[in-house]
Ligand binder design. Structure first.
Ligand SMILES: [Zn+2]
Length: 176
């Protein structure tokens, strides 16, 4: 069994514990830090191990390891670029198109009622991995803010990340 630092996986660590069983490739070990950008490392893995839903020409779609909600995805340019203004027109166009597609697939697959979309630009703005641009796509349901984060710093996540990735990946090709 390989021990890998959570730092090399994609996502913004929110400091919350999880009630569900972590993804099989995730082994939290801060002492085993590896250099490298999580959003550059992820595409080098298999789709399953990198939690990648879809690979485009200039950008890809990945399941967030630290989801704010079930189905929390991110769209990242393949290129290691920090802020939106540095992205090329081709990257901007594909990030936009993949964001739209992700919304349609999520709506079809997990039946969410709305979304929060956004990019935190820079460490000061709350970006967990500020060196590599990423667009958050967070599905929302009515009354989805349960009481766990408030009382126990713990979120109840109803679906495993690997299961989510599998579902979304399968539906990516059938949604227009
Ligand atoms: Zn990177």
């Amino acid at each position: 069994m390989n021990i890998e630092s959570s730092d090399v996986f994609a996502g913004d660590d929110d400091g919350l514990q999880r009630l569900w069983t972590p993804h099989r490739m995730v082994y939290l070990n801060k002492a085993d830090d590896r250099n490298g950008c999580a959003f550059c490392v992820a595409p080098e893995r298999s789709d399953e191990d990198g939690l990648i839903v879809f690979r485009g020409e200039h950008a890809y779609v990945i399941v967030n390891l630290y989801p704010y909600n079930s189905g929390h995805l991110m769209v990242c340019p393949n290129r290691h670029v920090s802020t939106y203004d540095l992205a090329t027109p081709e990257e901007v166009a594909e990030i936009g198109a993949l964001t739209q597609k992700a919304m349609r697939v999520l709506t079809a697959v997990i039946g969410c009622a709305g979304f929060n979309l956004g990019m935190n630009q820079g460490e000061v703005a709350g970006a967990g991995i500020h060196e590599h641009l990423h667009q958050h796509i967070v599905p929302r349901w009515p009354n989805d803010s349960n009481f766990f984060p408030i009382i126990a710093k713990t979120k109840a996540m109803p679906r495993l990340l690997g299961e989510i990735r599998e579902l979304l990946s399968q539906h990516w090709s059938v949604e227009s």
